[in-house]
Design a protein around this ligand. Structure first.
Ligand SMILES: [Zn+2]
Ligand SMILES: [Zn+2]
Length: 413
């Protein structure tokens, strides 16, 4: 396909991702793909049924080159010819016959070009092409982004509810093989771009994805119900890149989200048939936001991780240990005396109070019991945030002690 035939109003994600904008360009592309995909696929099937010499031979043929019949060649040629002059037509068709005489496994050079294998959503060479039940092909990632918004084919609008529900986006091998073999340079470039993008998305200090929702704390579980398209994308990226992490911050009316937050580590994702998901996470490192950004609809931030300043002085450490033990015991009493209803609710949501730790400075976040208490105590998120940002265990223990003392002073707290 020639560049003239490529519609000028290409739609890309970064120009506002709305599949309806694709409609004018879609028609052209759809026709292209109908003409290219169908013969290719039926050819694969016919190879299998008629059999060459053996099953193995059949497989080799499928994976070595597209097997085009004369008629198919004609249609492909016609598409090529619409852009080239008549003279080259004769040259090409004669070459075709010669090449057929030699072998039927090769495609004459220049017969395929990368625009024949362009995803109609990102306008780039297919990467991990998947074909929907309605017969349309897209990059896997591109299709998934469409399905985040609506369970319909972005080209023909056919319902893809069942396709989405089973989430088996199998790569269309014949296409991938074609691309790898006949467009190896473009494929290498596309792979390079994909890897670069993945690397950018994997950075855990720069442009870190931020979920703006609730307070999260180190070691404390945080189950999330993910339904917004932008967060579906974000969670998928965390899984695809393998980081399995994102930042969690509470919202801030002026800045968008707070200056401090906590990383959440994804333990499991349970997808619901309609594309929503229940994501089980647990708090990781705390961080301070250095700068804010946006990526495909969700917030991002450059961050710096926080860690408690270590107490080295023996006397001071002894005092710190005493303070910790006192707060721990006070918390146990408070929790045991809670009304059974609240007690059970806390157990259900946050699990039991963490065990007393042998070394209170073992991790950069200090003992887990502090974070568990912060999560379950009925206090204002802004107050919780100020305690989250502290890098002194002593200050944190003193704050928690104040809250516990206050709560215990209220009758029937
Ligand atoms: Zn694409
Ligand atoms: Zn379709």
């Amino acid at each position: 396909m020639n560049s003239q035939e490529v519609p000028s109003n290409k739609c890309r994600y970064n120009r506002g991702y709305d599949s309806t904008h694709c409609s004018s360009s879609s028609v052209v592309i759809q026709k292209r793909w109908e003409s290219l995909e169908r013969p290719g696929l039926s050819r694969t099937q016919s190879l299998r049924t008629h059999g060459c010499n053996s099953g193995e031979e059949g497989l080799k043929r499928v994976s070595s080159a597209p097997q085009l019949g004369d008629q198919d060649k004609g249609s492909l040629l016609k598409r090529k010819l619409s852009v080239s002059d008549l003279e080259s037509c004769f040259v090409d068709s004669s070459k075709l016959h010669i090449s057929k005489a030699k072998t039927c496994r090769s495609v004459p050079e220049g017969m395929l070009d990368s625009s024949d294998f362009e995803c109609s959503l990102c306008m780039r060479l297919f990467y991990e092409p998947v074909t929907t039940p309605c017969g349309h092909t897209f990059c896997k990632n591109c299709l998934e982004r469409c399905l985040d918004h609506t369970p319909h084919c972005p080209l023909c609008k056919e319902s893809l509810k069942e396709y989405l529900a089973c989430r088996k986006y199998m790569v269309t091998t014949v296409l991938e093989v074609l691309i790898k073999q006949h467009l190896s340079h473009d494929y290498a470039e596309r792979t390079k771009t994909h890897l670069e993008e993945t690397r950018e998305l994997s950075d855990l200090t720069k442009n870190v994805p931020i979920f703006v929702c609730t307070m999260a704390y180190p070691t404390v579980p945080c189950p999330l119900h993910v339904f917004e398209p932008r967060y579906r994308l974000m969670i998928r990226r965390c899984m695809d890149t393998g980081t399995r992490q994102f930042g969690m911050c509470i919202s801030d009316s002026q800045k968008g989200f707070a200056d401090y937050g906590c990383m959440l580590i994804i333990r499991s994702v349970h997808f619901l048939p309609d594309g929503r998901s229940v994501v089980d996470t647990i708090g990781g490192k705390r961080f301070q936001v250095l700068s804010r950004g946006m990526k495909d609809g969700y917030s991002t931030a450059d961050i710096e991780y926080l860690q408690d300043s270590r107490v080295e002085d023996t006397n001071e450490l002894e005092k710190l240990q005493e303070l910790h033990d006192a707060v721990y015991e006070q918390a146990q009493v408070w929790f045991q005396n809670l009304k059974i209803r609240f007690h059970n609710q806390i157990l259900q949501h946050f699990g039991p109070m963490p065990e007393r730790e042998a070394d209170i400075q073992a991790t950069p976040n200090g003992p887990a019991c502090c974070w568990w208490l912060l999560a379950v105590l009925p206090i204002d998120p802004r107050y919780q945030l100020s305690v989250l940002s502290m890098t002194s265990l002593k200050d944190r223990l003193v704050k928690i002690q104040h809250i516990l003392t206050y709560l215990q002073s209220i009758p029937n707290n």
